[in-house]
Design a protein around this ligand. Structure first.
Ligand SMILES: *Cc1c(COP(=O)(O)O)cnc(C)c1O
Length: 381
């Protein structure tokens, strides 16, 4: 019997993540906030599509000691993979999971009685102490206690054995906008609340996301929680302020595919499902094996563009589940097998997650999660 050689086969759609860019961005934020302020790297959403563990390792190598995730299961996975330092769990836990915070030395963010009672119970059982961070809704209109509920809740923490108040956090709804008025009112509410606790609160304060870190340096407190900036994007969708060339954030993700077929069509030809595009001239169409299944959403139909041979090729007709079509009539020499840049730089042209977000009427965050979490990913230097 002939033994077939195992063949390594991979998708044509590939996301690549640059460790160098992640580390550059961490150092930029680190430098910006100064030595006295801790930087928590948010690695939820599988590291905003860049890989939770790989991103955490990259940030750790650049000096990061504090990480933030949404769910307990993510925190346990990070710890089991060897990440040291503090790991904050943003979205709570079931009472019977409280022991995991002790088993894996994780930091709970609490926002209800049940949380602190469960943690105190395990602490007493094990003869341990645990510091918790309290989540307050100071105007975000999302998760957390309302300011009026805080003093009573803090009394309860003080009264419970084995548990102490290590920090108080809040979140901004509009800090991505440097002119936002709400950022000032939210911050004032937060400051007043911490101040009014007086002696009862000696822990650390953190409220700034990437937007506040970049736009409101007076609001960085003891720690910032940076997400999107670490992956190379400015939360306001710009490429950042002018005149800061050396401190400019670098996008870490690229997304590529390749041409699988070329076809010359006469004027008047309908393209793809529903014929939402009809050629108005003899047109050379390239078929790409990427579609909404890969996070390359249908909203990109007749709106988006890709780079081939360093030039822009517009998407024609509907994006399908696994296919989309682009017009390469004006690009000389295109061949099947040519690399296609969906997100990233090719020659002197580039397509950013912000530009794609504009076509999809969303934000860079969603584009990065869609591409990164729906495709095979490789990590490069
Ligand atoms: C995701 C998140 C952040 C980070 O936000 P960016 O805008 O990506 O910097 C900070 N704090 C909390 C509570 C978050 O959920």
């Amino acid at each position: 019997m002939v033994k077939m050689q195992e063949m390594k086969i991979s998708s044509r759609n590939q996301v690549s993540v640059s460790r160098m860019a992640l580390q550059h961005n961490f150092r930029c934020i680190r430098e910006r906030v100064g030595e006295g302020v801790e930087v928590m790297a948010m690695v939820k959403g599988d590291g905003y599509g860049h890989g939770m563990l790989q991103s955490a390792v990259a940030f750790a190598e650049a000096g990061c000691r504090t990480f933030g995730v949404a769910e307990l299961v993510e925190a346990v996975s990070l710890r089991q993979s060897g990440i040291t330092g503090a790991i904050f769990v943003m979205l709570g836990f079931e009472p019977d999971e409280a022991r995991l915070f002790f088993d894996y030395d994780l930091t709970p963010i609490v926002f209800c009685e049940q949380d602190i009672e469960a943690l105190s119970g395990v602490a007493v059982q094990r003869g341990r102490e645990i510091g918790v961070h309290l989540k307050v809704d100071c105007g975000m209109g999302r998760l957390g206690l309302l300011p009026a509920e805080v003093p009573g809740f803090v009394d309860r923490i003080v009264a419970l054995p084995g548990i102490s108040l290590a920090g108080i956090m809040a979140h901004f709804p509009e800090a991505d906008n440097r002119n936002s008025v709400s950022s000032h009112t939210v911050f004032a509410t937060y400051e007043r609340l911490c101040h009014d606790l007086g002696e009862r609160f000696q822990g650390i304060r953190h409220i700034a996301n990437s937007g506040a870190t970049l736009h409101f340096p007076e609001m960085t407190c003891d720690m910032v929680r940076a997400g999107i900036a670490l992956y190379g994007y400015y939360p306001d969708g710009t490429r950042g302020p002018e005149g800061e060339q050396e401190r400019r954030l670098m996008s870490a993700m690229t997304f590529t595919t390749q041409v699988i077929q070329l076809k010359d069509l006469p004027a008047g030809s309908g393209i793809s499902y529903g014929h939402t595009f009809t050629t108005d001239r003899p047109t050379r169409i390239a078929a790409l094996p990427v579609g909404y299944e890969d996070g390359y959403l249908r909203d990109l139909s007749n709106r988006g563009a890709v780079l081939i041979r360093g030039q822009r090729a517009p998407i024609r007709g509907r994006v399908c589940m696994n296919l989309c079509l682009v017009d390469v009539t004006d690009i000389a020499g295109v061949q099947a097998g040519d690399e296609v840049m969906l997100l990233g730089k090719q020659g002197s042209e580039s397509i950013t997650a912000d530009e794609i977000a504009g076509w999809m009427q969303t934000i860079s965050y969603e584009v990065l999660c869609l591409f990164g979490n729906n495709n095979s990913r490789t990590h490069t230097e």
